[in-house]
Design a binder for this molecule. Structure first.
Ligand code: NAI
Ligand code: ISE
Length: 342
């Protein structure tokens, strides 16, 4: 059976996911699209083999009987409305990060999903499907480096639009490092602190870049997250866990290393699309397969909630200059039973 997917928001990642659903993955097709920019939605639909229905709103798309499952790839502030509407319609929803932009919004989603008694939401934390991060996790779980002590995570983007704010970097960029910290270390965040290193002269007005976010995990592990979004040289994701008896780090990602003229060089990816291309493919194939089989998989609404609670704490720490304690509500049973990717 082919899964008919409806896509809300056909900007950069929406179009990239539509490409993979249409030409890379198996078991799904894009049946309908919508966007506040209707011309963009029409043009994307026209480019699909056999076309796709264009809806005037996300709610219309969710109500379309020919849409089996919903993909939310619109701006973060709009996610809550569509995820709640998808849950109300009893449809499986793949929501790009962040699940929602506030703790309260994420809690409303958790309440709505919990009331159905089953998981309907998967959040797009694709790093969990990256071969490098999976090998890191396996190394830690196998005990090869002893207990983890410190995790260094660097998240570097070449450039960002002028509209991006310092707080936006925490909510939109650091959220990936926060999720991967919880997943790799298998523990929750207990407190957050923010530091502002010397500001890059290349940062646009109003943006403090880079930032340093320090997380205290509940088992005492410390995480330092360097977010730098104007590095110019490429998209560079780095990670190393120091353990009691060893260390495990992400390898460089280029296919080859060129040695010439006394120097060696390798490719630095342009952006997240290139760096995580396989991770996005795997993430979405697993979603399609799970939905087709009537089950759920992957990062849950609980994971989305936990990450947003920490980004909220990071933003508060940035404003106050203080250490901010983090606490989560009790975890509902549906998030403790099966359906995980590890
Ligand atoms: P974008 O600005 O390129 O595309 C967003 C699209 O959503 C635009 O076409 C916009 O017109 C549309 N839109 C906005 N509000 C809408 C609404 N209420 N209803 C329908 N359409 C609406 O943004 P981008 O970069 O594609 O990001 C979209 C989402 O995906 C964000 O939540 C972002 O954080 C996430 N994202 C995740 C990535 C990942 O690595 N997992 C990478 C890039 C983005
Ligand atoms: C973007 O929204 C993403 O999610 C990318 O993975 C991240 O690297 C980038 O900083 C965000 O703006």
């Amino acid at each position: 059976m082919t899964l008919n997917v409806g896509v809300i928001g056909v900007g950069m990642i929406g179009q990239d996911h539509i490409r993979r659903l249409t030409t890379v993955l198996s078991g799904a097709r894009v049946a309908a699209v919508t966007d506040v920019d209707l011309d963009r939605a029409r043009s994307v639909a026209a480019g699909l083999p056999g076309g796709a229905r264009v809806h005037e709103s996300g709610r219309d798309l969710i109500g379309d009987n020919g849409v089996d499952a919903v993909m939310v790839t619109s701006w973060g502030e709009t996610h809550e409305e569509y995820v709640l509407a998808g849950i109300a319609a009893g449809k499986q929803v793949f929501c790009e990060k962040p699940l929602a932009t506030t703790r309260a919004a994420c809690e409303r989603i958790i309440d709505a999903e919990t009331a159905t008694g089953r998981r309907l939401v998967m959040v797009g934390f694709m790093r969990r499907y990256d071969a490098g991060y999976r090998a890191m996790k396996e190394t830690i779980v196998n005990g090869e480096i002893g207990l983890p002590l410190v995790f260094h995570s660097a998240h570097r983007n070449p450039a960002v639009p002028r509209s991006v704010t310092t707080e936006g970097v925490i909510a939109d960029t650091c959220v990936h490092d926060i999720d991967i910290s919880r997943w790799l270390l298998d523990s929750e965040v207990a407190a957050a602190q923010m530091f502002r290193p010397r500001r890059s002269r290349r940062a646009p007005d109003g943006l403090h870049d880079p930032l340093l976010l320090i997380l205290e995990m509940s088992d005492g592990v410390l995480v330092d997250i360097e977010a730098a979004v104007t590095v110019h040289y490429g998209y560079d994701i780095r990670g190393e866990v120091l353990g009691e008896t060893g260390t495990v780090a992400l390898a460089e990602t280029g296919a080859v290393v060129v040695k010439s003229g006394g120097r060696q060089a390798g490719r630095v990816p342009d952006d997240w699309r290139e760096r995580f291309v396989r991770a996005y493919d795997t993430e979405l194939q697993q979603w399609v397969d799970a939905v087709g089989a009537g089950t759920s998989t992957g990062p849950s609404a609980w994971d989305g909630y936990a990450a947003t609670v920490v980004t909220d704490a990071g933003i508060e720490a940035l404003r106050s200059g203080q250490r901010v304690a983090v606490s989560l509500r009790d975890q509902p049973a549906i998030y403790r039973e099966g359906g995980t990717t590890w």
